[in-house]
Design a binder for this molecule. Sequence first.
Ligand SMILES: *[C@@H]1O[C@H](CO)[C@@H](O)[C@H](O)[C@H]1NC(C)=O
Ligand SMILES: *[C@@H]1O[C@H](CO)[C@@H](O)[C@H](O)[C@H]1NC(C)=O
Length: 419
Amino acid sequence: SDIVVLVLFPDHHENVVPGSTLQVTNHIVIITPLNNTKHLLVSAYMDQRVKDFDIRIIGIFRRDSIQPLHCFFCCTGYLSKTTPAAIFQHPDNFGFPFVTTDVMCQIPQNCNARRVTLLTTPDKESPSTDQWLPIRNKDTVGQKEENMQFDFTVCISNLFGDYNNVLQFAQTLEMYKLLGVNRVVIYNTSCGPELNRLLQSYSDEGFVEMVPWPIDKHLNPSRGWLHSKHGGDLHYYGQLTTLNECIYRSMERSRYVLLNDIDEIIMPYQHDDLMSLMSTLRNQHPNAGVFLIENHIFPKKHFEPSGRFHLPQWNGVPGINILEHIYREDPARNMYHPHKMIVRPRMVEGTSVHEVIKNFGECYKVPLDVCRIIHVRVALQGSLTLEHLNVDKRLWDFQEKLIPNVDKVLKRVGMLNLT
Ligand SMILES: *[C@@H]1O[C@H](CO)[C@@H](O)[C@H](O)[C@H]1NC(C)=O
Ligand SMILES: *[C@@H]1O[C@H](CO)[C@@H](O)[C@H](O)[C@H]1NC(C)=O
């Protein structure tokens, strides 16, 4: 009945008042092994942007075992007949046996589809209840962009291992807030104990949306990006799948989506925040749906000499203090130099990490003096000495608000050093 559906899949109730029984802001993903196949299903979204299909199911398929599949719908009141499924494997598999795969389905006539699953034969089997995926974005599809809940969503792909870089993470999230980000979606396989506490706090506040991502319960995910080098079943814990999932999750509720890693900040250099940056870019490039931003490394081994931001209250907080790293590498332009992206999600059909794989509209490479990524990490060109690096104090322009905000969140989770 409807009541059961609401309780199990409370994603249509983002605005329910706190304290009510449906006060859940996120829809969770349940990774579903598909009966009689070696594939996993992740989620299903209404998608009528391309003729001939209505639904896109995002999955992780084993490349050597792809077979014909049939879409099967739960309509209001009855089960439909099946329709043929179109299977699209993403091209970027990096040699891994499993790959992000989209399955496109057409809804049969007169069916008010509520849930969908895939069958290996066209005859109706009766799938067990755990095989049905709710169809998301159904009630919001087609609404005006101006009416969307969020302006900016950051999609952070997977968190795994015992990653515990708390200080950089808190600074980065507070920086996003100052730039106008409304929501950060994080796919969580696991993380370190202090970071977990911080994330829990941001998630309680509603700024961070934690999506459980127990991919290690189903596959042997790789910690690397290349199968021949790192082994395993799937590229980086399924990063490509979660980035695509996040674009669809955000499509009907966020005007823009930023696709960047956990330690990267997409930073406007001529505007105070992302909204004024995007207004300018949209005026100049009204048909662009993808904005490419160049990545710039700030090596963590070089410290700003005065130490003015080596603050005592952050002693003992695990992780990197990004305010202390002001030396920026010039990218080696003779080598492949990756970008990250700001996208209008409705103009993207599928994405990889550094570029989209299928989109409507144009791609625009944003000039360096307008916007770039601040990425504090180990040096990429480790042999460069200070005279070969650029001094870049853009982050300091925000310090007056950034520092008290970081202090506040660290205090809330009991990590601010008060001695
Ligand atoms: C599908 O899987 C469920 C349990 O996961 C099992 O009970 C059912 O028999 C399976 N159906 C088929 C057709 O194999
Ligand atoms: C992240 O995932 C781990 C492992 O499932 C879980 O224990 C932890 O509570 C999750 N953290 C948050 C903030 O959701």
